[in-house]
Design a protein around this ligand. Structure first.
Ligand code: GRF
Length: 208
């Protein structure tokens, strides 16, 4: 039986879209509900287009509403894909080890409360780091903490702006997050995994 996924979003929903693209009808995982703290989240349109129930939580700090939605849809895995608030502690406790988050940096660097959107990439550029990336991790009671399951590295290039860097990181995120869900579906729960090289990318030359 396919793993039943809830995806939580707060905004644009491009990671939700990437998941929907990756999870074709014969996939071992299926998105059964999309949850948002914001009725105006643009990404809710993807749920409507695919006929997936969307649940807007008027009080996202209310654990009862989360648990009711997750249980009503028999959810096995909750994926935070651009969800910007803390998931209530009682939900984390009830679904411990079954909630994952994607974050657009190499955690623990550039994570934590207030580190979202372009702020992350601005901080990376200000630090002078030559590399950033994406982290998929298990969710615990704090922002962007919890065991790392996978990371994908992305170079910072000369002349990058927060916007150009964000676009490069997002591309990597759109590969890593679906891979995390497929790895979880194969194992029955979220697991550490390695992502193969991106299609079209060259392996480094050896021997010179
Ligand atoms: C993603 O980079 C996610 O990691 C971060 O916010 C962005 C959301 O993008 N927390 P989208 O809503 O999936 O397009």
């Amino acid at each position: 039986m396919a793993m039943r996924i809830a995806v939580a979003i707060s905004g644009r929903g491009s990671n939700l879209e990437a998941l929907l693209r990756a999870l074709q009808p014969d996939a071992p995982a299926t998105i059964v509900v999309v949850i948002s703290d914001r009725a105006e989240a643009a990404g809710l349109a993807h749920a409507r287009t695919h006929g997936i129930p969307a649940r807007v939580l008027p009080s996202p700090e209310d654990a009862g509403a989360w648990l009711e939605a997750l249980r009503q849809h028999n959810v096995n895995l909750l994926v935070l894909a651009g969800y910007l608030k803390l998931v209530p502690a009682a939900v984390v406790a009830a679904y411990r080890g079954r909630i994952i988050n994607t974050h657009p940096s190499l955690l623990p660097a550039f994570g934590g409360q207030g580190m979202y959107g372009e702020r992350v990439h601005e901080a990376v550029l200000a630090s002078g780091a030559r590399e950033t990336g994406v982290t998929i991790h298990l969710v615990d009671e704090a922002y962007d903490r919890g065991p790392v399951l996978a990371q994908s590295r992305v170079p910072v290039l000369n002349g990058d702006t927060a916007r150009s860097l964000a676009a490069r990181v997002l591309e990597a995120e759109h590969r890593l997050l679906p891979a995390a869900v497929l790895a979880a579906a194969a194992a029955g729960h979220p697991v550490p995994f390695e992502l193969g090289p991106a299609p079209g990318s060259r392996l480094p030359a050896s021997g010179c």
